[in-house]
Design a protein around this ligand. Structure first.
Ligand code: SAM
Length: 283
C-alpha cells in the first residue's frame, strides 16, 4: 500500500519523530483517534481502516472533508491548477486577503477554500499557519517562483485513503472528540506544546495554555480508566512531568524546524507518554 503524507506543513508536525512515535504505537487496537490531527503525520503513516480525526482549525478540517469527497476533490484540483498557473507575489496576496471580506469569504465554496488553504501553505513563508486577532491569515509571501501543491501523487493518495476507509472527521474541542472512545481504542494526543518559559501558545484563534494542558491530562486519565490505549507527545516540561507522573514517560530528542526565529531552531527534548507497555501486548 502506498501511504500518504501530510498535505500541509504544520507547526508541531510529527514527520521528524515518526520513527520514535512508531516504537510506542500499540501492536493492535480497534479505532484510531487523533484529536489534534494537524497535518496528520502519524495518521497517514499508520493509515488505519477506522479512525476519528479532529482539529479545532476550521480551514484545515475543511480540507480533510473536501479530500474525503470525490466530486469536491476534483473541483478543488482544478482550482489548484489555476492557482499554480497564476502564482506570483501579487496573486498570493490576492488569495490570502480573501478572508478580509468576511461576507464574501463565507460565500466561497468549500472546495475553493480548501484549495486556498493548501496553496497558501505551500506559497507562504516557511509553511506557517498563523492568523491575527480577526482570524485573518497573515503569513507573508514565501518568495518561491513556483509552487507544487500536489507533491506528486500525494493529494490523490491521501484522498483515496480518506474516501476508501471509515474515517470520521470532526472540528470540535479535543474533549468532545473522544467522548465515544471505548476499551481497546487507541488515542494519540499531540496538543500544542507546553513551555517552561512562556505562558501562552497559539495555533488558531484559541490559545492552549496551562489550564488546557491540565484539562487534557484529566481527559487522558479518564480514557485510561476506560481501558483505551493512550499516547501523548509534548515538550519535556515540569508541568507535563507533574501531570503525567503516574504514566510511562519516555524522553526523546527532536529537531524542530518551524520557528520563524532561525536562532530558536534546533534540538529540544520531547516526551512520549503512554498508559501501557507495548511489550506486554500480544503481537
Ligand atoms: C501540535 S499540532 C498537531 C500536529 C500534528 N500531530 C501533525 O503531525 O501535524 C496541535 C493542533 O491542535 C489544534 N488545537 C488547538 N487547540 C485545540 C482544541 N482545544 N481542540 C482540538 N484541537 C486543537 C491546533 O489547531 C493544531 O493543529
Amino acid at each position: 500500500m502506498i501511504k500518504g503524507k501530510p498535505f500541509v506543513k504544520w507547526a508541531g508536525g510529527k514527520r521528524q519523530i515518526l520513527d520514535k512515535l512508531l516504537k510506542y504505537v500499540p501492536y493492535e487496537f480497534e479505532t484510531y483517534y487523533e484529536p489534534f490531527v494537524g497535518g496528520g503525520a502519524l495518521l497517514f503513516e499508520l493509515s488505519p481502516k477506522r479512525a476519528v480525526i479532529n482539529d479545532f482549525n476550521k480551514e484545515l478540517i475543511n480540507v480533510y472533508k473536501v479530500l474525503c469527497d470525490e466530486n469536491k476533490f476534483k473541483k478543488m484540483c482544478s482550482v489548484l491548477n489555476n492557482y499554480e498557473a497564476n502564482h506570483s507575489e501579487e496573486f498570493f496576496y490576492e488569495i490570502r486577503n480573501k478572508d478580509r471580506k468576511k461576507a464574501m469569504f463565507k460565500r466561497l465554496s468549500d472546495y475553493t477554500r480548501a484549495a486556498r488553504t493548501i496553496y497558501l501553505n505551500k506559497a507562504c513563508f516557511n509553511g506557517l499557519y498563523r492568523v491575527n486577532s480577526k482570524n485573518e491569515f497573515n503569513v507573508p509571501f514565501g518568495k518561491k517562483s513556483k509552487v507544487n501543491t500536489y507533491e506528486g501523487n500525494n493529494l490523490i493518495t491521501v484522498s483515496n485513503y480518506l474516501t476508501m476507509n471509515d474515517i470520521k472527521i470532526l472540528c470540535v474541542d479535543f474533549e468532545e472528540s473522544v467522548k465515544d472512545a471505548k476499551k481497546g481504542d487507541f488515542i494519540y494526543f499531540d496538543p500544542p506544546y507546553d513551555s517552561d518559559t512562556s505562558t501562552f501558545n497559539s495555533y488558531t484563534e484559541d490559545g492552549f495554555g496551562k489550564e488546557e494542558q491540565k484539562r487534557l491530562a484529566k481527559v487522558y486519565k479518564e480514557l485510561s480508566g476506560r481501558g483505551c490505549y493512550v499516547m501523548l507527545s509534548n515538550h519535556n516540561t515540569s508541568l507535563v512531568n507533574e501531570l503525567y507522573k503516574d504514566f510511562n514517560i519516555h524522553i526523546i530528542e527532536a529537531k524542530r524546524n518551524i520557528n520563524s526565529n532561525g536562532k530558536k531552531r534546533g534540538k529540544v527534548e520531547e516526551v512520549i507518554i503512554t498508559n501501557y507497555d507495548r511489550e506486554q501486548q500480544p503481537r
